[in-house]
Design a protein around this ligand. Structure first.
Ligand code: GLY
Length: 348
């Protein structure tokens, strides 16, 4: 088992096999409360919630399960309201806690409900997708979507503990592994050439625990430096400004990981770099590399990006594999950057 300690919030991320069955004993050490609500969806819940509840009960913790319909469409204020009303209906108190069991939607929703209920109760994250394991379960970003955009209402609320059971992750369908692989390649491009090479040659699959731990450590370093996302944490947005525009323009028909993959290719081109090593890694992981959208579509979507701050957007651009830099650009220049990213002349 690997342990990564996050200093912002002072909690541990445990990565290894069998952690779901042992969850109760780890959770009992990390939180004070002896009652909790498990927040999950109707796809993950039937697979894993009972094992979690049994383990919690063995550790003397009473758990009630709140399950919502699977998918991003549930990440709304109305599901959030149902969750906190469920907590209140079960008479959870200030010292009780919430366990998020699932992928990014469950983690974001449960985390935000924990952040708001009684002005904040403890939260434990148990990610069951690779994407959630390497990214969204760590770092305390929680949110729900509004009709105007994703993650527009939320809070920073660091978990008390993250348990990543690699047996669950290893059994995921290929599409969900690919989605997480995009974020892992991102970590490699940011600051870990050896991880990048492991993604490109496929050896990450045999060393899943190690690969996840390296990604979590990289994310931890950025979060510890800049918990509230005003500086270094923005590096984690590599491929995301371009990728979110693709996501929006395709009406979310491509997955987040697929869009980040396309966004990273665009970032390499925008930086004027040969993206051949990146293309090899993305191909090896079965990820797409070309945007299906027009420049106009992408630019219109980019103008609505929530990462825009006033009149500027911070792009993350690669210098080489393992090293990137932040480039603050005026929104009036964004079209040129997108044009470069698509391999078009900026003046076209
Ligand atoms: N997913 C990027 C971050 O947590 O900052």
């Amino acid at each position: 088992m690997r342990t990564v300690t996050v200093n912002s919030g002072n909690y541990q991320v445990l990565i290894g096999p069998g952690l779901l069955n042992a969850a109760g004993e780890y959770i009992a050490q990390a939180v004070r409360g002896r009652r909790c609500a498990v927040v999950t969806d109707d796809r993950v819940g039937p697979l894993y919630a009972q094992r979690l509840v049994d383990s919690l009960e063995k550790a003397g913790i009473r758990a009630d399960t709140f399950a919502f319909p699977n998918g991003e469409k549930s990440k709304t204020l109305s599901t959030f309201a149902r969750a906190v009303e469920f907590f209140a209906g079960r008479e959870l108190t200030r010292s009780d806690f919430v366990v998020a069991l699932g992928g990014g939607v469950a983690g974001d929703l449960a985390g935000f409900a924990a952040a708001a209920y009684m002005r904040g109760v403890d939260c434990v994250q148990i990610p069951t997708t690779l994407l959630a394991a390497v990214d969204s379960s760590v770092g305390g970003k929680t949110a729900v979507d509004l009709p105007m955009g994703k993650n527009l209402v939320g809070a920073f609320h660091q978990p008390r503990l993250v348990l990543c059971d690699t047996e669950i992750i290893a059994r995921l369908p290929e599409a969900l592994l690919r989605d997480g692989a995009a974020e892992m390649i991102k970590c490699g491009v940011l600051r870990d050439e050896a991880l990048f090479n492991a993604m490109a040659d496929g050896s990450w699959r045999e060393n899943l625990e190690d690969a996840i731990a390296r990604c979590v450590s990289i994310k931890r370093d950025y979060v510890d430096e800049d918990e509230f996302d005003n500086g270094a944490r923005q590096f984690l947005n590599l491929g995301h400004t371009f990728g979110h525009a693709v996501e929006k323009s395709t009406d979310f028909s491509l997955s987040h990981g697929q869009c980040v993959a396309i966004g990273m290719v665009m970032a390499f081109r925008a930086a004027g770099l040969d993206g051949a090593p990146l293309l090899r890694a993305l191909n090896a992981c079965g990820l797409p590399t070309a945007s299906p959208c027009t420049l106009d579509e992408l630019c219109a979507a980019a103008m609505l990006d929530k990462k825009r701050r006033g009149g500027t957007v911070t792009l993350v651009l690669p210098e080489k594999i393992g090293k990137c830099y932040l480039q603050r650009v005026n929104v009036s220049e964004l079209r040129d950057w997108f044009a470069r990213g698509m391999g078009e002349s900026p003046c076209a």
